[in-house]
Design a protein around this ligand. Structure first.
Ligand code: PRX
Length: 631
């Protein structure tokens, strides 16, 4: 193995040679004729002309060597159900699902929206789409009807797959009334809605185009559906994520580049080998779930553990018992889960045999040093941070232990991954920062394989959102601040835009503001992210009401605050609910009317907002201070 520095250098200087070699990790039905097409920047096309299929590479290809190895171990502490599927059984289930979808008219290039809890059928459905060449769009089960409707209208699915209910923390969440409302709101209507009946909630879906999965599965029990060989650059999925505007962006992923990038990451970053068992505690509605519950472990021939439940039910030892029972080698979760576990009885950790576990990976939000030190010490295993985004699909910054055992540095997720030409840029000039200088984390063209191809249905938005914010250069902006040290390690310092990160869930403050503004009493609102010891960040909403006299007393104010929280629950889902709603009579703004969000956030965190020469009326700051102090 070369040094990591040389390895990374080659990937940037000669991406064709580097990625041609990596492409051998997957099966190509037709070989590609061009590794990289850079004729139309900032768009890049990888492995042009090559034909492949994600489902074939994740499942069929392993049947020769590992048909009887577990592909999927499913555990739900919500329902008490535990199931195992070998690669052969997984193949059969995916074929049944694909045959059902095909019978409902799903074809290559068409979208299938999945609104599903963490059940095995969610994995079958994603891979069945991949098999058929259909484009899946998984919508996180915590999103409320209006958010779901917006995604239906954007993706225009021919089929929606849903379930009667999800479950979390012992509570059943009915999905069907939500789906009904979403369909009533959406302009686009799918041809069918396929329902997986878990028998958790009375099935109340009104849709006349409703079909039950179980009888169809029986009907197609012995089906074999051939894989569609897709050109490497055809879309595999659309995954919506939040940004600066209220309208979520559909991140489009390709087929070949994604398969190659994930397979390579399993060796170089996660060091997972065929036959290992990996437990990624995330949700299929998020990118970590797409890449490291579903695709990467299966592409590399691992056993993936899919878990429905919380880390603390029935008690805080549940994850460690899973490690022992299933001989888990690799774990991957978000720091929030550990901050929750840290509050539990530490003896629970010692009760299980953790000898199979090699490494715990963490991503999705800043890993604070106390949590990192606590878990590394308690586990006695390496804890490895990595930094990336829905847009990139796999780590931008990591410790590439599969290439060279670089020492981790506390507070940093590591160095730029191979394929990523990362530089830190001055926000105002676009110039490269010197080591130790704070700047925006940018990535040079082309983004490596596996990263987003475009915004669904909106190429112009891809260019204007991501490639136009660093002055004087066509660079991809991550919208994260960072600092790079002399050795190349980057420390993340938070977002440059209006995105916040609540318990590892990415939310746009604008989306929450839009939800709050739909309440009749609200004239104006500002939502900011505020540091929280467990969730990393929480949302605080500062609301200006239309008629202040109506809310003069505490009782009326409290009633309004709880109504506003319910409004967010209904519009966006409980994950968007602000931790506090505070009434103010004015919001701090610049003379040109721009909200001074950073100043509001500073006050909410008990910091001084610094110099604000452009502020319209400084007394607005006092009002924010008073509201925070309950005055
Ligand atoms: O702000 C960064 C933060 O999460 C954002 C991306 O969130 P999402 O699209 O949900 O993708 C998560 C994929 C792991 C980033 O822009 N973030 C992600 N990982 C880290 C992080 N912040 C600090 N440290 C990390 N390791």
């Amino acid at each position: 193995m070369p040094s990591y520095r040389d390895f990374h250098r080659l990937s940037i200087d000669d991406p064709e040679t580097f990625w041609r070699e990596q492409a051998r990790r997957i099966h190509w039905d037709t070989p590609f004729d061009t590794v990289l097409d850079r004729s139309n920047p900032p768009f890049a096309r990888w492995f042009v002309g090559g034909r492949t299929n994600l489902c074939h590479n994740a499942v069929d290809r392993h049947l020769a060597d590992r048909a009887q190895q577990n592909a999927l171990v499913y555990v739900s502490t919500e329902t008490g159900i535990e199931r195992r599927y070998t690669y052969a059984e997984l193949y059969a289930e995916i074929n049944r699902m694909a045959a059902v979808m095909r019978s409902l008219g799903v074809k290559r290039g068409e979208r299938v929206l999945l609104y599903l809890p963490m059940i095995p059928e969610a994995l079958f459905a994603m891979l069945a789409c991949a098999r058929l060449g259909a484009i899946h769009s998984v919508v996180f089960g915590g999103f409320a009807a209006p958010s779901l409707a917006a995604r239906i209208d954007d993706a225009k699915p021919v089929l929606i797959v849903t379930a009667d209910a999800g479950a979390r923390g012992g509570k059943v969440i009915d999905y069907t009334p939500l789906m009904d409302e979403a369909l009533a709101r959406a302009k686009h209507q799918p041809a069918h809605v396929l329902l997986i009946d878990r028998q958790l909630a009375p099935e109340r879906l009104n849709a006349t185009y409703l079909v039950a999965y179980e009888p169809l599965r029986e009907q197609f029990f012995d089906a074999h559906v051939p894989c569609e060989w897709l050109e490497s650059n055809e879309p595999s999925y659309v995954l919506y994520t939040s940004g600066t505007t209220g309208k979520p962006k559909g991140v489009v992923r390709d087929v070949g580049g994604y398969a190659v990038a994930l397979a390579a990451s399993m060796e170089y970053i996660f060091q997972g080998r065929a036959g290992d068992t990996m437990f990624t505690a995330s949700d299929i509605g998020w990118v970590v779930g797409h890449s490291y519950i579903i695709y990467a472990p299966l592409l590399a021939g691992l056993t993936t553990v899919m878990y429905e439940g919380t880390p603390i039910r029935p008690d805080g030892g549940i994850w460690w018992r899973l490690v022992e029972q299933h001989r888990i080698n690799l774990m991957f979760t978000a720091p929030t889960a550990l901050r929750v576990l840290k509050k539990q009885d530490p003896a629970l950790l010692k009760k299980s045999d953790l000898s199979s576990l090699r490494t715990l990976f963490l991503a999705g939000e800043p890993l604070d040093e106390p949590t990192s030190a606590w878990i590394a010490d308690a586990l006695g295993k390496p804890v490895v941070d990595n930094y990336w985004q829905t847009e990139t699909g796999w780590p931008i910054l990591a410790i590439p232990g599969g290439v060279e055992a670089l020492p981790p540095k506390l507070g940093s997720p590591g160095v730029p991954s191979y394929g990523y030409d990362v530089t830190l840029r001055n926000e105002a000039t676009g110039d490269e920062c010197t080591p130790g200088e704070k700047g925006v984390i940018a990535i040079g063209y082309p983004l490596p394989p596996g990263c987003m191809k475009t915004v669904w249905g909106d190429d112009a938005r891809f260019v204007s959102t991501y490639w136009s914010s660093v002055p004087g250069h066509q660079l991809y902006s991550t919208f994260d601040w960072g600092i790079q040290d002399e050795d190349g390690y980057v420390t993340i310092l938070g977002r440059t835009d209006d995105v916040i990160n609540v318990a590892g869930h990415r939310l746009g403050t604008r989306e929450i503001e839009e939800a709050l503004s739909s309440h009749a009493a609200v004239a104006e609102v500002a939502v900011v992210g505020v540091t929280d010891v467990v969730k990393g960040q929480v949302a605080f909403a500062f609301v200006v009401v239309r008629d202040a006299q109506q809310f003069a007393d505490d009782k009326a104010r409290n009633k309004l605050a709880s109504e506003l929280m319910k409004t967010v629950d209904r519009q966006l889902g409980a994950i968007g609910r602000p931790a506090r709603v505070l009434l103010v009579s004015m919001l701090p703004k610049t003379r040109s009317g721009k909200l001074l969000r950073r100043a509001i956030a500073a006050l909410a965190e008990g910091r001084e907002p610094g110099d604000l020469p452009t502020i319209e009326d400084a007394s607005a700051l006092t009002m924010v201070r008073d509201a925070l102090a309950g005055r």
